[in-house]
Ligand binder design. Structure first.
Ligand code: BEZ
Length: 180
């Protein structure tokens, strides 16, 4: 994956729009990979599902807490992708009080498929989802890659370590001190 460009896809997001009256002031807004990645150095992490235990207890909240530390390492944004629709992703971010991490809905799985990270999770009744991974993406190209071990369909376990914020931050810091 190192050096490869992320695929160019369109994400169907839902954004708040105060000009819309009523109880649900949101509208569709299409965003492309370029909107998210062009001209920025970002951390992307992708996980099997919104509201799932490891993702909700550790990965998403820990990225949220460590946001300023990532900024100090030259990261402009932190993105969380999942094969879930925009309604689910927004509800999950709200439930988790997320302000810093931006969630990206890959409801159709197109981005995840083109990243080569789509796996079956039919054993859990999930259908096709993302294998858990993280990456540092610099101007659309993969600079660092953090894939959990055991990539496979219908995996009985949910490995978590390589793509943790702590591991990615440690790797960024080590790379910086090696370069200094
Ligand atoms: C978890 O985050 O703990 C999890 C993810 C996918 C399936 C089951 C659990």
């Amino acid at each position: 994956m190192l050096g490869k460009n992320v695929p160019l896809v369109t994400f169907r997001t839902r954004v708040r729009d105060e000009s819309i009256e009523g109880p649900n002031p949101f509208r569709w807004e299409d965003k492309t990979s370029d909107d998210y990645f062009k001209g920025k150095r970002v951390v992307l992490f992708s996980l099997p599902g919104a509201f799932t235990p490891t993702c909700s207890t550790y990965q998403l909240p820990d990225f949220e807490k460590l946001y300023e530390e990532f900024k100090a390492e030259g990261i402009d944004e932190i993105y969380c992708v999942s094969v879930n629709d925009a309604f689910v992703m927004n509800a999950w971010a709200k439930a988790q009080n997320i302000d810093n991490v931006k969630v990206i809905p890959d409801g159709s799985g197109e981005f995840t498929h083109k990243m080569g990270m789509l796996v079956a999770k039919d054993n859990l009744g999930f259908g096709m989802r993302s294998w858990r991974y993280g990456a540092v993406i610099n101007d659309g190209a993969v600079e660092l890659w953090f894939e959990e071990e055991g990539f496979s369909d219908n995996c009985e376990t949910d490995p978590y370590g390589a793509s943790s914020p702590q591991n990615i931050l440690d790797t960024l810091r080590a790379a910086k001190s090696k370069a200094a």
